[in-house]
Design a protein around this ligand. Structure first.
Ligand SMILES: [Zn+2]
Ligand SMILES: [Zn+2]
Ligand SMILES: [Zn+2]
Length: 407
């Protein structure tokens, strides 16, 4: 590296000579054997105007070539990808991230001040290890609701596709299959990044993508608690194969006492039942649309009322069962004062003799959890069978867990 300060090498020791670019997963692409070309001092950084090392690579089959646009100092100053300028942690535009974290950008915009500032920052960054973001972002550790709601948790490789062919849009492209650009109507809402002003995006102003994301956040649906106050169960979806009951418990216990967690591995979901409705409501409010565990954004819904489920199951039974001549009909409803009170059993000893309603094998078509739901003829009060009580001693799994409603 040059150290003598002749006119054309003046300041050269501040030029960047990087070994590897700072990139987000999306820009890097999904090919683990990616090949990059490296051009030392190949271009001026689009923000600080200093020459920096430019990398070029193709992020995957049928994707467009990409290159680094800003230097590593500028990238680390804002903790963003050197190519797309999206935040490295949340995959969000700087404008959105800084609004959410309430970071105020104090970077000088005039060329002289900027150069001085960047040199100072460069020295500061040199003392940090290479993965630490510098500047205001590095100091702001608090995650916000907004970021959690909007964060992208997986790479979005579609963003690397070739740009749309402007000739084709006008009906004038003669290259046909050979054309390296995309022959599609420009309706893709996720690709306006290409037309954006890189400086505006870096300074977090006039960013159309950011505006769109903020509007999306404002319009995000809320999760209304069900009117049936007896429902204390939440459905947790999109668990994948990786999340364990312990991980769920470790997160969800903070909202209140958990009665049970039922994992349904085949559906990659779980049901968490709280002992208190208020705890379930707190959990729903604090996790809906923003909980990310193990890199997965979890789906949170309210469980369905057990009463409703029992009725629908009973209706199904009624439809399928013809009364059999010579056999007694439906069992008489239990005495009014019975209810679900376990301790009243003493007063009516005969009740223990009533067998549970028959469930023929052909009714096992219901999903495994629903099959265990108590089934009662319509118009009768559920009878309490202590042996079927999910909260009895030694029980490990609740029965009759409700399914959430489909969207
Ligand atoms: Zn720069
Ligand atoms: Zn990127
Ligand atoms: Zn074309």
């Amino acid at each position: 590296m040059a150290t003598s300060k002749t006119t054309n090498t003046y300041n050269r020791q501040n030029w960047e000579d990087a070994e590897f670019p700072i990139l987000c997963q999306t820009c890097l692409g999904d090919n683990p054997y990616i090949r990059m070309t490296k051009e030392r001092y190949g271009k001026e950084c689009k923000i600080c105007m200093r020459p920096f090392t430019v990398f070029r690579w193709c992020p995957g089959a049928r994707m467009r070539f990409k290159k680094t646009e800003v230097c590593q100092t500028c990238s680390r100053l804002k903790n963003v990808c050197q190519t797309c300028l999206l935040d490295l942690e949340y995959g969000l535009p700087i404008q959105v991230r800084d609004a959410a974290l309430k970071i105020k950008d104090d970077l000088p915009r005039s060329d002289v001040n900027k150069e001085y500032y960047v040199q100072n920052i460069d020295n500061e960054i040199g003392k940090l290890d290479a993965t630490t973001p510098a500047g205001a972002v590095g100091k702001s550790a608090a995650a916000s609701d907004l970021l959690m709601k909007l964060a992208r948790t997986s790479p979005y490789y579609k963003r690397n596709r070739p740009h749309i062919c402007s000739f084709w849009v006008k009906g004038e492209c003669k290259r046909g299959e050979e054309c390296p650009y995309r022959h599609e109507k420009p309706t893709d809402p996720d690709d306006p990044l290409a037309d954006q002003n890189i400086k505006d995006r870096y300074y977090g102003v006039n960013d159309p993508v950011a505006d769109k994301l903020m509007r999306r956040a404002a319009a995000m649906p809320k999760l209304e608690p069900p009117e049936d106050k007896s429902i204390t169960t939440l459905y947790i979806g999109n668990l994948g194969d990786v999340l364990t009951e312990k991980q769920l418990r470790d997160h969800f216990y903070q909202y209140g006492e958990i009665r049970s967690i039922t994992m349904v591995p085949r559906q990659q979901c779980a049901f968490i039942q709280y002992t208190q409705r208020s705890a379930a409501e707190a959990a729903a409010e604090r996790t809906f649309n923003k909980l990310i565990l193990g890199g997965r954004r979890l789906t949170i819904k309210w469980g369905r009322s057990q009463g409703r489920q029992a009725i629908s199951a009973a209706e199904t039974i009624k439809e399928m069962l013809e009364p059999v001549p010579g056999l007694p009909g439906a069992l008489p409803p239990p005495p009014e004062n019975m209810g679900n009170n376990f301790f009243n059993l003493q007063a009516t000893p005969g009740i223990m003799m009533i067998p549970p309603p028959p469930v023929a094998p052909q009714f096992m078509f219901t999903p495994p959890m629903a099959a265990a739901a108590p089934i009662f003829p319509p118009g009768t009060t559920p009878i309490h069978y202590p042996s079927q009580d999910p909260s009895r001693m030694g029980a490990t799994q609740g029965i009759g867990k409700p399914w959430p409603e489909e969207d």
